[in-house]
Design a protein around this ligand. Sequence first.
Ligand code: RI2
Length: 323
Amino acid sequence: MGDSFELHPDVQNTARQIADMDIRGAATIADAAAAALGAQAAECDFDSPDAFRTVMRAAARELEATRPTAVSLPNALRYVLSEMEGETVAALARSVERSVGRFRTDLDNAQDRLGEIGAGRLHDGDTVMTHCHSTDAMACIAAAVRSGTDVSAIVKETRPRNQGHITARELRELDVPVTLIVDNAAHRFLDDVDHLLVGADSIAADGSVVNKIGTAGLAVSARDRGVPVMIAAQSIKLDPKTLTGTTVEIEQRDPTEVLDTDTRDDIGTIAVENPAFDVTPPRHVDAIITEHGQFPPESIVVLMRELFGEDVTEPWIETETSV
Ligand code: RI2
C-alpha cells in the first residue's frame, strides 16, 4: 500500500448516512460506526501493521467528523481502536473483528437491560410523554408492555424533522395507544401524563443531559407540573471528556430543515437558527436509567469514572508516536 489509500466503501457510506441522518439515534450511530470499522479491518490488503493502523485511524476520523454531539460515536470508535493489537496485519484485523463483535453485542445487551430497569418505573395505567425518537426510551416502554403493563403515550412530533412520527409508529407496533401532539401543546398535556421519558445524545459529568432540542424547556415544564423526568441512556452516552471540563458541542443543522428557501425568500431577510440539541441541567432531571441501574443525575459522575477513568484518549488522531 502506498501513501494514499481509499477508505472502504462501507466507511464512506456509513459516514455519509450518519451526516445525512439516514442513520440516526445515538445508539444506532455507534453500532453503525463500529460495523464500518469492522468492514475496513476485514479489507486486509495492507502492506504492514503500521499501514493497517494508519488506515483504521483514518476510517475512524472520517466517521467521527460526521456529527459532533452524540458521544456514543467517539466512544464506539475509542472502544474498537483501543482494543486493536497484534504483530501482524492478520492478527490486527482479527482483534478489530473481535472488538467490533463484542461492542455490538454489549450495546444490544445494555439496551435490553436498561429497558427492564426503566420498565420498573412504569405502572399499569400510566401515560408517558415522549420527545423525538430514542431506542433507549423505546426499550423501556417495550419491556413494560412485554411484562403486561398497560401504558399509553403522548408523543410530541418534534420539529423540525418530526422524529416523533417514528416513535408513534413503533409504539403502535407495540399496540400502545398514541396521541400525537405538536410541540407547542406539550405544556397543555403535562397534567395528563405520569412520566416524561426521553433519551440522550450525551450526558456530562455534572449530570446535564444533552438531548434533542426542546428537551430542556419540556423538562422545566414537567418539573413545574410535578411530572418526573426520566432519561433513558446507555452508559455509552456518558461523555468522559466532560470530566476534565470539556463542554459538549451542539450540532447546528441546515436552516432549510426549519424553513424552505422559497418561504424564507418570501418572508424577507431573516436569520434562521437550527440547533439540533439543548442541555437540560441536572436539577430538572429525576433519574438517568442506564444498564448499570438508575442514578440521580448528580451521581452519574461515579459511574462515568468507573467505566472510563480520567484518561480519555482519541486513538484516531495521528501523533508522532502513533504507528
Ligand atoms: P437512542 C436522537 O438524536 C434523539 O435526540 C434521541 O433522544 C437520541 O438520539 C438518542 O437516541 P438524532 O440522532 O440512542 O435523531 O436512544 O439527532 O436511539
